[in-house]
Design a protein around this ligand. Sequence first.
Ligand code: LIP
Length: 287
Amino acid sequence: MDRMNRDNPVGNQPMELTSEDLLQTARRAAVRAAKPIMRSFREGIEVLAKAEGQGTYNLVTTADHAAEAVIVEYLRDAYPAHEILGEESASGAIDAEHLWIVDPIDGTNNFAHGLPHFAISIAYWQQGQPTVGVVYNPAREDWYCAIRGSGAFHNQRRMQVGPQRRLSEVLIGTGFYYDRGAMMRATLDAIAELFGHQIHGIRRFGTASLDLCQVAAGQFGAYFEYQLNPWDFAAGQLIVQEAGGQVTNCLGLPPVLGPTSLLASNGVLHRDVLAVVGEHYRRLISR
Ligand code: LIP
């Protein structure tokens, strides 16, 4: 049976969904979305105003909307009964049994400024558990994929978090939400304190899903942000976990599938990073 019959049999009960089927569906949707994204990246990017009150620096482009429309159409065709939560338009319920979480262009500001460091992030969560994650940078043909319980892969090569046991041995990734007030200052204070632990450096690459993949690949010892949206991390979280890493919010609790702080690490360093990052976060939220 071809994919559509198997996944969407007319009049029959849908066959059991395998995680591999779901992964391939996510990959096919990403390949289709890459077409309008890369056409715009090469021929000209049209930047639109984001929603009111989100600052002039929270950019969105026509390619974001076009790519999300392509992904949503493909997923709806493949799995009509599933729900979809997307950054630009789809508003699936986060407690749905079968939920796809989509960021059509994570790192939109990078994309809008012509930096080839952005990604299509597609995750499938089942009953509130991350099950499949795909993060694809079409500008570099870089695929990061994971299936729960089956490991994480970068272009078919198995990923493993780094072995470092000291802050003085690692780079740490971070980011700044669309806030230029207390949250930004708390992030800067945490960065300053981390430097006091002789870290090798801070990296702010502007794409949360790829930052998480850098942790999974052992390139970052840890990555934190004081606010992300679910579509920024839903796929990357699973990729870190399947590479042997740990992901919590900045209070050390499991992150909710909603706006949340996030800390990812190789596991060994989690407590040490949390001691710094968590303290500044607690001061921020107790203001
Ligand atoms: C971005 C994240 C980045 C974060 C930005 C923004 P977007 O997502 O990938 O890590 O620092 O504030 O949330 O908005 O480009 O999809």
